[in-house]
Design a protein around this ligand. Structure first.
Ligand code: MN
Length: 343
């Protein structure tokens, strides 16, 4: 990719790298803001690949500055994450920009290691990056951040709300939705995702990005079938509706499992090689922190997981998926009766 605009001369002398989340628009947008503000080279990873990608960057002697964005930690990787980030901090500035729930001890160890923590669970990673580096960003960056907030369901965040008010709400939502569909459609096309980071860093709107609306349209085509499949196949416990979506598109299906399952929590999952990848969503009325609950439940069953209060993910060993769903149902029941408190 050509050099991106916006990096100042001082920043360009040293190689800055951003490692960001590739699976949703927040991660892609946060990367774009770091390209614009610090002229970063872009590395994208999912949760399975993030530690490998981080270690790869750590082994590259030309890297002189690192930003990690929108990649939450789990019990499985947090110790190693602290160790690698701390080692890198000895030779360069290291910044962690994230909004997923984090263990307090882990956050403390990152701070003690000298890592700059831009962390808040109330706003998405792109909005946090925008707030931290707005002096280095152009005016359009506020629009990019607002779209990311919508796609992460965090447009009501304290820093996102004023950004939303700057623009026409439906125009922000249109951009957020089209771009989010493009990110979902192109998960296996790293070149496309990097190019999209470049387009956003160059301050383009969705309709200025060639093919974006057609890609979004194609993403809609399987949805009517998915709705029918979920309506016919969803299973229900007391609080949790769930469904095996081993055919493709399990992530999007989680919202349909939640909505059409008509309980407090929706879980959709898909078999991969050695585990199920699960996506978990909660209704607004479900006042338990699913990210924390899923982290605990998945870890107890030999898996991992976590995320936000009402949207999170997990990896569960193949034989344990039924136990996971049942235990989650039980715990949601206990915490709802106990008047669970949102973090
Ligand atoms: Mn995010």
């Amino acid at each position: 990719m050509d050099k991106q605009p916006g990096g100042d001369a001082a920043a360009e002398k040293e190689k800055s790298v951003v490692l960001s989340h590739k699976e949703d628009l927040d991660g892609i947008s946060a990367a774009a803001l770091m390209v614009q503000s610090y002229g970063c080279d872009v590395k994208l990873a999912d949760y399975e690949g993030m530690m490998g990608a981080l270690k790869h960057i750590a082994a590259d002697p030309s890297v002189k500055r690192l930003f990690v964005c929108d990649l939450g930690l789990s019990e499985r990787n947090q110790d190693e994450f602290v160790e690698v980030m701390g080692r890198m901090r000895k030779t360069m500035p290291v910044t962690y920009i994230d909004h997923h729930a984090i263990d307090e001890g882990v956050a403390g160890r990152l701070k003690d290691a000298g890592i700059t923590m831009i962390h808040d669970t109330l706003d998405c990673a792109s909005v946090l990056a925008y707030e931290a580096f707005r002096d280095r960003l152009d005016e359009h960056a506020s629009f990019t951040a607002a779209c990311a907030a919508v796609s992460d369901y965090m447009e009501d965040g304290p820093a996102a709300s004023p950004l939303m008010r700057m623009y026409d709400r439906l125009f922000v939502m249109l951009n957020a939705t089209v771009l989010a569909q493009c990110v979902a459609a192109k998960q296996r096309d790293k070149d496309y995702l990097k190019q999209l980071v470049g387009e956003l860093a160059a301050s383009r709107y969705a309709h200025e990005i060639t093919g974006s609306f057609e890609t979004a349209r194609q993403q809609c085509e399987p949805v009517p079938d998915m709705i029918r499949t979920v309506r016919d196949g969803v299973k229900r416990l007391r609080h949790v509706a769930y469904m095996d979506m081993t055919e493709s598109g399990y992530k999007r299906a989680a919202n349909f499992v939640l909505g059409l399952g008509a309980l407090d929590v929706g879980v959709s999952y898909r078999a991969k090689k050695e585990h199920y990848s699960a996506s978990i969503r909660g209704t607004d009325a479900c006042d338990v922190h699913l990210g924390r609950l899923v982290n605990e439940t998945a870890s107890a069953l030999g898996g991992s997981g976590g995320g936000h209060a009402r949207a999170c993910g997990a990896m569960i060993p193949l034989p344990n998926i039924d136990d996971f769903v049942r235990e989650l149902d039980r715990r949601v029941g206990v915490e709802m009766q106990g008047g669970g408190v949102l973090q």
